[in-house]
Design a binder for this molecule. Structure first.
Ligand code: MN
Length: 411
Protein backbone atom coordinates (compact mmCIF):
# COMPACT_ATOMS: atom_id res chain seq x y z
CA UNK A 1 0.00 0.00 0.00
CA UNK A 2 2.76 2.46 -0.89
CA UNK A 3 0.72 4.22 -3.57
CA UNK A 4 -2.33 6.43 -3.18
CA UNK A 5 -5.61 4.61 -2.62
CA UNK A 6 -8.24 6.58 -4.51
CA UNK A 7 -11.48 7.65 -2.86
CA UNK A 8 -14.74 8.95 -4.27
CA UNK A 9 -14.05 11.96 -2.00
CA UNK A 10 -12.04 13.94 -4.57
CA UNK A 11 -10.13 16.12 -2.08
CA UNK A 12 -8.66 12.94 -0.57
CA UNK A 13 -6.82 12.17 -3.82
CA UNK A 14 -4.50 15.18 -3.83
CA UNK A 15 -0.80 14.76 -2.97
CA UNK A 16 -0.85 17.49 -0.31
CA UNK A 17 -3.91 16.48 1.73
CA UNK A 18 -3.08 15.10 5.18
CA UNK A 19 -6.03 12.74 4.92
CA UNK A 20 -6.05 10.42 1.87
CA UNK A 21 -7.82 7.05 1.99
CA UNK A 22 -4.49 5.55 3.11
CA UNK A 23 -4.70 7.51 6.39
CA UNK A 24 -8.23 7.45 7.90
CA UNK A 25 -7.39 9.02 11.28
CA UNK A 26 -9.93 9.11 14.10
CA UNK A 27 -11.22 12.28 15.75
CA UNK A 28 -14.12 13.82 17.62
CA UNK A 29 -16.04 16.73 16.12
CA UNK A 30 -19.13 18.86 16.62
CA UNK A 31 -21.24 21.21 14.51
CA UNK A 32 -22.69 24.31 16.13
CA UNK A 33 -23.54 23.53 19.73
CA UNK A 34 -24.23 19.83 19.14
CA UNK A 35 -22.67 17.13 21.33
CA UNK A 36 -19.22 15.95 20.19
CA UNK A 37 -19.27 12.76 18.10
CA UNK A 38 -16.75 10.40 16.55
CA UNK A 39 -15.59 11.00 12.99
CA UNK A 40 -12.95 9.90 10.51
CA UNK A 41 -11.01 12.41 8.39
CA UNK A 42 -11.10 11.94 4.62
CA UNK A 43 -9.81 14.78 2.41
CA UNK A 44 -11.56 18.01 3.37
CA UNK A 45 -14.35 16.12 5.17
CA UNK A 46 -15.18 14.28 8.35
CA UNK A 47 -17.15 11.06 7.97
CA UNK A 48 -19.75 10.94 10.74
CA UNK A 49 -19.29 7.32 11.87
CA UNK A 50 -21.54 7.94 14.88
CA UNK A 51 -24.45 8.44 12.49
CA UNK A 52 -23.45 5.36 10.48
CA UNK A 53 -23.51 3.14 13.55
CA UNK A 54 -26.74 4.74 14.78
CA UNK A 55 -28.44 3.95 11.47
CA UNK A 56 -27.13 0.37 11.48
CA UNK A 57 -24.83 0.82 8.48
CA UNK A 58 -21.82 0.07 10.74
CA UNK A 59 -21.91 -2.34 13.67
CA UNK A 60 -19.24 -1.97 16.37
CA UNK A 61 -21.15 -2.62 19.62
CA UNK A 62 -21.91 1.07 20.03
CA UNK A 63 -18.23 2.01 20.32
CA UNK A 64 -18.62 4.58 17.52
CA UNK A 65 -21.28 6.48 19.49
CA UNK A 66 -19.34 7.35 22.66
CA UNK A 67 -17.96 10.80 21.82
CA UNK A 68 -14.42 9.48 22.33
CA UNK A 69 -12.38 6.59 20.94
CA UNK A 70 -11.51 4.86 24.23
CA UNK A 71 -14.26 2.22 24.04
CA UNK A 72 -13.40 1.42 20.45
CA UNK A 73 -9.70 1.07 21.37
CA UNK A 74 -10.67 -1.24 24.24
CA UNK A 75 -12.60 -3.49 21.82
CA UNK A 76 -9.26 -4.84 20.59
CA UNK A 77 -7.10 -5.37 17.56
CA UNK A 78 -9.49 -7.58 15.58
CA UNK A 79 -12.03 -4.76 15.63
CA UNK A 80 -9.35 -2.15 14.81
CA UNK A 81 -8.44 -4.09 11.66
CA UNK A 82 -12.06 -4.84 10.69
CA UNK A 83 -13.12 -1.18 11.01
CA UNK A 84 -10.19 0.16 8.99
CA UNK A 85 -10.80 -2.40 6.25
CA UNK A 86 -14.52 -1.64 6.16
CA UNK A 87 -13.90 2.12 5.93
CA UNK A 88 -11.31 1.60 3.19
CA UNK A 89 -13.86 -0.34 1.13
CA UNK A 90 -16.76 2.02 1.79
CA UNK A 91 -14.82 5.18 0.87
CA UNK A 92 -13.00 3.77 -2.18
CA UNK A 93 -13.50 5.13 -5.67
CA UNK A 94 -16.35 3.17 -7.25
CA UNK A 95 -17.80 2.17 -3.88
CA UNK A 96 -21.46 1.22 -4.09
CA UNK A 97 -21.96 2.88 -0.68
CA UNK A 98 -21.18 6.36 -2.01
CA UNK A 99 -24.78 7.60 -1.97
CA UNK A 100 -25.32 6.21 1.55
CA UNK A 101 -22.15 7.85 2.88
CA UNK A 102 -22.34 11.26 1.18
CA UNK A 103 -25.02 12.69 3.50
CA UNK A 104 -22.69 11.85 6.42
CA UNK A 105 -19.66 13.73 5.09
CA UNK A 106 -19.28 17.00 7.01
CA UNK A 107 -17.04 19.82 5.72
CA UNK A 108 -14.06 19.86 8.08
CA UNK A 109 -13.89 23.66 8.08
CA UNK A 110 -17.38 23.80 9.61
CA UNK A 111 -16.52 21.33 12.36
CA UNK A 112 -15.09 22.06 15.81
CA UNK A 113 -12.54 19.41 16.77
CA UNK A 114 -12.33 18.03 20.31
CA UNK A 115 -10.02 15.71 22.26
CA UNK A 116 -10.19 12.44 20.28
CA UNK A 117 -9.80 10.29 23.40
CA UNK A 118 -9.92 10.60 27.16
CA UNK A 119 -6.36 10.65 28.48
CA UNK A 120 -6.10 8.11 31.28
CA UNK A 121 -2.61 9.06 32.39
CA UNK A 122 0.20 10.98 30.77
CA UNK A 123 3.90 10.13 30.88
CA UNK A 124 6.58 12.17 29.16
CA UNK A 125 10.02 10.94 28.16
CA UNK A 126 13.41 12.47 27.45
CA UNK A 127 14.43 10.06 24.74
CA UNK A 128 15.79 12.21 21.91
CA UNK A 129 19.56 12.16 22.02
CA UNK A 130 20.23 15.46 20.25
CA UNK A 131 17.83 17.21 22.62
CA UNK A 132 19.24 15.57 25.75
CA UNK A 133 22.78 16.37 24.64
CA UNK A 134 21.95 20.01 23.81
CA UNK A 135 20.09 20.66 27.05
CA UNK A 136 22.67 18.76 29.11
CA UNK A 137 25.46 20.78 27.51
CA UNK A 138 23.73 24.04 28.42
CA UNK A 139 23.01 22.96 32.01
CA UNK A 140 26.07 20.86 32.88
CA UNK A 141 28.66 21.22 30.11
CA UNK A 142 29.40 18.85 27.19
CA UNK A 143 31.36 16.32 29.33
CA UNK A 144 28.39 15.64 31.60
CA UNK A 145 25.65 16.34 29.06
CA UNK A 146 24.13 12.85 29.10
CA UNK A 147 23.49 11.41 32.57
CA UNK A 148 25.03 7.93 33.08
CA UNK A 149 21.65 6.16 32.77
CA UNK A 150 20.67 7.85 29.50
CA UNK A 151 22.00 5.25 27.03
CA UNK A 152 20.44 2.40 29.06
CA UNK A 153 16.86 3.49 29.79
CA UNK A 154 14.39 5.95 28.31
CA UNK A 155 14.20 8.52 31.11
CA UNK A 156 10.68 9.70 31.89
CA UNK A 157 8.46 11.42 34.44
CA UNK A 158 4.77 11.16 35.23
CA UNK A 159 2.91 14.16 33.82
CA UNK A 160 -0.66 15.37 34.20
CA UNK A 161 -3.55 13.97 32.16
CA UNK A 162 -5.77 16.82 33.42
CA UNK A 163 -3.96 19.49 31.41
CA UNK A 164 -3.78 17.68 28.06
CA UNK A 165 -5.79 19.76 25.57
CA UNK A 166 -6.68 19.58 21.91
CA UNK A 167 -5.11 21.78 19.25
CA UNK A 168 -6.51 25.32 19.18
CA UNK A 169 -6.86 25.63 22.96
CA UNK A 170 -5.07 28.82 24.09
CA UNK A 171 -2.37 28.41 26.71
CA UNK A 172 -1.92 30.89 29.56
CA UNK A 173 1.62 31.97 30.46
CA UNK A 174 2.17 30.37 33.87
CA UNK A 175 3.08 32.00 37.13
CA UNK A 176 5.69 30.26 39.22
CA UNK A 177 8.61 30.41 41.56
CA UNK A 178 11.75 31.54 39.80
CA UNK A 179 15.36 31.41 40.84
CA UNK A 180 16.79 34.58 42.35
CA UNK A 181 19.70 36.33 40.63
CA UNK A 182 22.34 34.93 43.01
CA UNK A 183 20.80 31.60 43.98
CA UNK A 184 19.48 33.22 47.15
CA UNK A 185 15.84 34.24 47.52
CA UNK A 186 13.50 33.11 44.73
CA UNK A 187 10.68 35.31 43.52
CA UNK A 188 7.13 34.58 42.32
CA UNK A 189 6.03 35.87 38.92
CA UNK A 190 5.20 35.08 35.29
CA UNK A 191 7.57 32.70 33.53
CA UNK A 192 9.97 34.64 31.31
CA UNK A 193 11.24 31.58 29.44
CA UNK A 194 8.11 29.85 28.17
CA UNK A 195 8.85 27.27 25.50
CA UNK A 196 7.58 24.48 23.27
CA UNK A 197 8.72 20.88 22.98
CA UNK A 198 8.11 19.24 19.61
CA UNK A 199 7.11 15.64 20.36
CA UNK A 200 5.02 12.72 19.17
CA UNK A 201 2.44 11.17 21.50
CA UNK A 202 1.76 7.42 21.49
CA UNK A 203 -1.67 6.22 22.64
CA UNK A 204 -2.03 2.91 24.47
CA UNK A 205 -5.02 1.00 23.05
CA UNK A 206 -5.04 -2.11 25.26
CA UNK A 207 -4.56 -2.48 28.99
CA UNK A 208 -1.59 -4.38 30.41
CA UNK A 209 -0.99 -5.86 33.83
CA UNK A 210 2.61 -6.58 34.74
CA UNK A 211 5.76 -6.33 32.62
CA UNK A 212 5.39 -6.63 28.84
CA UNK A 213 8.04 -7.06 26.14
CA UNK A 214 8.95 -4.44 23.53
CA UNK A 215 7.19 -6.60 20.91
CA UNK A 216 4.02 -6.78 23.05
CA UNK A 217 4.21 -3.03 23.68
CA UNK A 218 4.34 -2.36 19.94
CA UNK A 219 1.15 -4.40 19.44
CA UNK A 220 -0.91 -2.43 21.98
CA UNK A 221 -0.01 1.06 20.72
CA UNK A 222 -3.17 2.16 18.92
CA UNK A 223 -1.89 5.29 17.24
CA UNK A 224 -0.03 8.57 17.36
CA UNK A 225 -0.63 12.31 17.64
CA UNK A 226 1.60 15.37 17.48
CA UNK A 227 2.31 16.66 20.96
CA UNK A 228 3.54 20.02 22.26
CA UNK A 229 4.88 19.75 25.81
CA UNK A 230 4.74 23.45 26.77
CA UNK A 231 7.59 24.08 29.20
CA UNK A 232 8.49 26.98 31.51
CA UNK A 233 12.29 26.77 31.49
CA UNK A 234 12.87 29.18 34.39
CA UNK A 235 10.37 27.37 36.65
CA UNK A 236 11.98 24.08 35.55
CA UNK A 237 15.54 25.25 36.32
CA UNK A 238 14.59 26.07 39.93
CA UNK A 239 12.39 23.06 40.71
CA UNK A 240 13.84 20.12 38.79
CA UNK A 241 16.38 18.75 41.25
CA UNK A 242 16.16 16.14 42.65
CA UNK A 243 12.78 14.80 41.45
CA UNK A 244 12.45 16.18 37.92
CA UNK A 245 10.01 18.58 36.27
CA UNK A 246 6.77 19.43 38.06
CA UNK A 247 4.97 22.77 37.60
CA UNK A 248 7.18 23.69 34.63
CA UNK A 249 5.34 21.08 32.55
CA UNK A 250 1.90 21.08 34.18
CA UNK A 251 0.34 24.17 32.56
CA UNK A 252 -0.75 22.43 29.38
CA UNK A 253 0.16 19.73 26.86
CA UNK A 254 -1.39 20.19 23.42
CA UNK A 255 -2.15 17.30 21.05
CA UNK A 256 -3.27 17.25 17.41
CA UNK A 257 -6.96 16.34 16.93
CA UNK A 258 -6.59 13.18 14.80
CA UNK A 259 -5.34 9.80 16.01
CA UNK A 260 -3.22 8.45 13.17
CA UNK A 261 -3.31 4.69 13.64
CA UNK A 262 -0.25 2.46 13.82
CA UNK A 263 -1.80 0.58 10.91
CA UNK A 264 -1.80 3.70 8.71
CA UNK A 265 1.89 4.19 9.53
CA UNK A 266 2.84 0.54 8.93
CA UNK A 267 4.71 1.25 5.66
CA UNK A 268 6.78 3.98 7.28
CA UNK A 269 8.39 1.91 10.02
CA UNK A 270 12.09 2.44 10.57
CA UNK A 271 14.66 1.20 13.07
CA UNK A 272 15.97 3.37 15.87
CA UNK A 273 19.49 4.77 15.31
CA UNK A 274 22.48 2.54 15.99
CA UNK A 275 23.20 1.95 19.68
CA UNK A 276 26.20 3.63 21.21
CA UNK A 277 26.31 0.98 23.90
CA UNK A 278 24.30 -2.26 23.76
CA UNK A 279 20.93 -2.18 25.49
CA UNK A 280 20.09 -4.78 28.10
CA UNK A 281 18.06 -7.57 26.44
CA UNK A 282 14.66 -6.52 27.84
CA UNK A 283 14.84 -3.27 25.83
CA UNK A 284 16.07 -4.72 22.52
CA UNK A 285 14.05 -3.63 19.52
CA UNK A 286 12.95 -6.85 17.74
CA UNK A 287 12.12 -5.01 14.49
CA UNK A 288 11.71 -1.49 13.12
CA UNK A 289 9.41 0.29 15.60
CA UNK A 290 10.08 3.93 14.93
CA UNK A 291 8.55 5.88 12.03
CA UNK A 292 9.83 8.16 9.29
CA UNK A 293 7.70 11.26 9.93
CA UNK A 294 8.77 14.75 8.82
CA UNK A 295 8.03 17.40 11.43
CA UNK A 296 8.06 21.19 11.51
CA UNK A 297 7.10 24.06 13.80
CA UNK A 298 5.72 27.44 12.70
CA UNK A 299 5.71 30.58 14.87
CA UNK A 300 3.27 33.40 14.07
CA UNK A 301 3.43 36.63 16.11
CA UNK A 302 0.18 38.36 17.14
CA UNK A 303 -0.05 40.45 13.95
CA UNK A 304 2.61 38.89 11.77
CA UNK A 305 3.20 36.07 9.34
CA UNK A 306 4.47 32.58 10.04
CA UNK A 307 8.14 31.61 10.18
CA UNK A 308 9.05 27.91 10.14
CA UNK A 309 11.49 27.80 13.04
CA UNK A 310 12.54 24.15 12.83
CA UNK A 311 12.32 21.00 10.71
CA UNK A 312 13.17 17.55 11.98
CA UNK A 313 12.01 13.91 11.81
CA UNK A 314 10.62 11.39 14.31
CA UNK A 315 13.36 8.95 13.20
CA UNK A 316 15.82 10.99 15.29
CA UNK A 317 14.51 9.41 18.52
CA UNK A 318 16.96 7.13 20.32
CA UNK A 319 14.13 5.03 21.82
CA UNK A 320 10.84 4.07 20.13
CA UNK A 321 7.46 4.40 21.86
CA UNK A 322 7.39 0.58 22.14
CA UNK A 323 10.68 0.61 24.07
CA UNK A 324 9.37 3.40 26.30
CA UNK A 325 6.13 1.55 26.96
CA UNK A 326 7.95 -1.73 27.74
CA UNK A 327 10.28 0.14 30.12
CA UNK A 328 7.25 1.77 31.76
CA UNK A 329 5.89 -1.67 32.69
CA UNK A 330 9.13 -3.23 34.03
CA UNK A 331 8.14 -2.32 37.60
CA UNK A 332 4.81 -4.08 37.14
CA UNK A 333 3.06 -0.74 36.52
CA UNK A 334 -0.27 -1.53 34.78
CA UNK A 335 -1.09 0.51 31.68
CA UNK A 336 -4.61 1.55 30.73
CA UNK A 337 -6.50 2.20 27.53
CA UNK A 338 -6.01 5.90 26.79
CA UNK A 339 -2.59 6.27 28.41
CA UNK A 340 -0.54 8.85 26.55
CA UNK A 341 3.25 8.66 26.19
CA UNK A 342 5.19 11.75 25.05
CA UNK A 343 8.30 10.82 23.05
CA UNK A 344 10.52 13.55 24.42
CA UNK A 345 11.66 16.51 22.37
CA UNK A 346 12.60 15.52 18.83
CA UNK A 347 15.68 17.47 17.82
CA UNK A 348 17.80 16.62 14.80
CA UNK A 349 21.54 17.03 14.37
CA UNK A 350 21.63 20.56 12.91
CA UNK A 351 20.98 24.02 14.35
CA UNK A 352 17.76 24.30 12.33
CA UNK A 353 16.50 20.89 13.46
CA UNK A 354 16.06 21.64 17.15
CA UNK A 355 12.70 20.91 18.75
CA UNK A 356 12.58 23.66 21.38
CA UNK A 357 13.31 27.39 21.55
CA UNK A 358 15.69 26.67 24.43
CA UNK A 359 17.90 24.87 21.93
CA UNK A 360 17.13 27.06 18.90
CA UNK A 361 18.16 30.22 20.79
CA UNK A 362 20.80 28.35 22.85
CA UNK A 363 19.32 29.39 26.16
CA UNK A 364 18.51 32.86 24.84
CA UNK A 365 22.12 33.63 23.87
CA UNK A 366 21.46 33.38 20.12
CA UNK A 367 17.94 34.73 19.44
CA UNK A 368 16.52 33.38 16.22
CA UNK A 369 15.29 35.51 13.36
CA UNK A 370 11.58 35.41 12.67
CA UNK A 371 9.41 37.48 10.37
CA UNK A 372 9.50 41.00 11.83
CA UNK A 373 11.81 40.37 14.78
CA UNK A 374 13.69 37.86 16.87
CA UNK A 375 12.76 35.31 19.53
CA UNK A 376 14.56 33.68 22.43
CA UNK A 377 11.38 32.32 24.01
CA UNK A 378 7.65 32.63 23.28
CA UNK A 379 6.07 36.10 23.54
CA UNK A 380 2.45 36.82 24.47
CA UNK A 381 0.23 36.56 21.39
CA UNK A 382 2.54 34.13 19.55
CA UNK A 383 0.87 31.11 17.97
CA UNK A 384 2.94 27.92 17.70
CA UNK A 385 1.89 25.22 15.24
CA UNK A 386 3.35 21.72 14.97
CA UNK A 387 2.83 19.78 11.73
CA UNK A 388 3.93 16.36 10.59
CA UNK A 389 3.47 13.76 7.90
CA UNK A 390 4.93 10.54 6.53
CA UNK A 391 5.55 10.67 2.77
CA UNK A 392 4.27 7.96 0.46
CA UNK A 393 4.50 7.80 -3.30
CA UNK A 394 2.24 10.73 -4.32
CA UNK A 395 0.45 10.96 -0.98
CA UNK A 396 1.08 11.73 2.66
CA UNK A 397 -0.10 10.42 5.99
CA UNK A 398 -0.61 13.69 7.87
CA UNK A 399 -1.56 14.57 11.42
CA UNK A 400 -3.36 17.91 10.96
CA UNK A 401 -2.18 20.81 13.09
CA UNK A 402 -1.20 20.96 16.74
CA UNK A 403 -1.55 24.64 17.55
CA UNK A 404 -1.76 26.93 20.54
CA UNK A 405 -1.65 30.68 21.17
CA UNK A 406 0.05 32.10 24.24
CA UNK A 407 -2.12 34.38 26.37
CA UNK A 408 -0.58 36.82 28.89
CA UNK A 409 -0.13 35.67 32.49
CA UNK A 410 -2.88 36.42 35.02
CA UNK A 411 -0.81 38.21 37.61
MN1 MN B 1 8.83 16.87 27.03
Amino acid sequence: MTTLLRSFVKSANTPTTDFPLNNLPYGVFSIGGDAPRQGVAIGDFVLDVHALEESGRLSYSGTLMKGSWNAFMASGKTEWVRFRQELTNLLAEGSDAQSVLEPHLVAMKKAALHMPFTVSEYTDFYAGKHHAFNVGTMFRGPENALPPNWLHIPIGYNGRASSVAVSGTPVRRPMGQLKGPNDDMPRFGPSQRFDIELEMGAIVGQASDGPISVAEAFEIIFGYVLLNDWSARDIQAWEYQPLGPFQAKATMTTVSPWIVTAEALENFRISTPEREVPLLPHLHEPGPMLYDIDLEVGLTPESGTETIITRTNYREMYYSAAQQLAHHTTSGCPMRVGDLLGSGTISGPGKNNRGSLLELSWGGKEPLEIDGGTRSFIEDGDTLVLRGHASGNGFRIGFGECSGKLLPAKT
